[in-house]
Ligand binder design. Structure first.
Ligand code: GRF
Length: 228
């Protein structure tokens, strides 16, 4: 039999990749961290409620489709969420990733994407939901602060926790320094959580987070460990 050499090439089958849509409202640094992580994930689109969101230009520069659903054009949350859902569904994503998306979503919207939508929040939830988390953490005198990735359920900054990263709060630290340190952790854990989600290693089952193939030492809390 004539000998031959079988050449194998690594094929990335994009059709098998999970598809995500990222929702932003502003700067988009968490979105960028996800893009920079080169995850085996298809970024179907970036959608903003703010036409001037800086993150839109970042996405466009990488040829990622973008869309704007301007919330000010709607008189109520239901109508806004309805159009937002239509826009999201055009891309048929597996998952929706909220990355600094500053709108309160209706219960119906949260339920529609139950188990398929995640958010990042700059505090160790359930402490300090809402805005101004770093200032409030300093005022409360906490010695540790951090960030949380969670599944979105009805309510604000609430939902089963996927992963948290902890940041120490040294005496005398100022708000900007603390914010910078927390943001660096956000950029570390959010791409990781998206990877877990898209690889089926984290799921929402009966309202609880179930992990698979995630090192027990890491499972859910990252600081300083990071499990690929
Ligand atoms: C981040 O701190 C995120 O946790 C919060 O809003 C901020 C968005 O920042 N939800 P960016 O737009 O990702 O830079």
């Amino acid at each position: 039999m004539a000998g031959f050499t079988l050449l194998t090439t690594k094929i990335t089958d994009e059709s098998k990749m999970k598809k995500i849509v990222i929702l932003i409202s502003g700067r988009g640094s968490n979105m960028e961290a996800i893009l920079n992580a080169n995850l085996p994930v298809a970024i179907a689109a970036v959608i903003s409620n703010e036409p001037d969101a800086k993150g839109l230009a970042t996405a466009q520069a990488r040829n990622i489709p973008t869309a704007v659903v301007p919330h000010r054009a709607f008189t109520n949350r239901e109508d806004f969420d309805g159009v937002l859902a239509m826009e999201i569904n055009r891309y048929q994503p597996d998952f929706i990733v909220l990355a600094g998306f500053m709108r309160v979503l209706t219960e119906e919207f949260a339920e529609r994407y139950s188990g398929r939508m995640i958010n990042i929040h700059p505090s160790l939830l359930p402490s300090f939901p809402g805005l101004h988390t770093h200032q409030r953490a300093l005022e409360a005198g906490v010695r540790v602060h951090g960030c949380t990735v969670h599944f979105v359920t009805p309510g604000v900054d609430i939902g089963p926790i996927i992963v948290q990263a902890v940041v120490p709060v040294p005496a005398g630290v100022d708000e900007d320094t603390l914010a910078t340190r927390v943001l660096a952790e956000e950029h570390r854990i959010y791409p990781q959580a998206v990877r877990w989600l898209c690889e089926g290693r984290v799921q929402l089952v009966d309202g609880a987070v179930v992990y698979d193939r995630i090192a027990p030492a890491c499972g859910g809390v990252i600081s300083p460990a990071l499990d690929e």
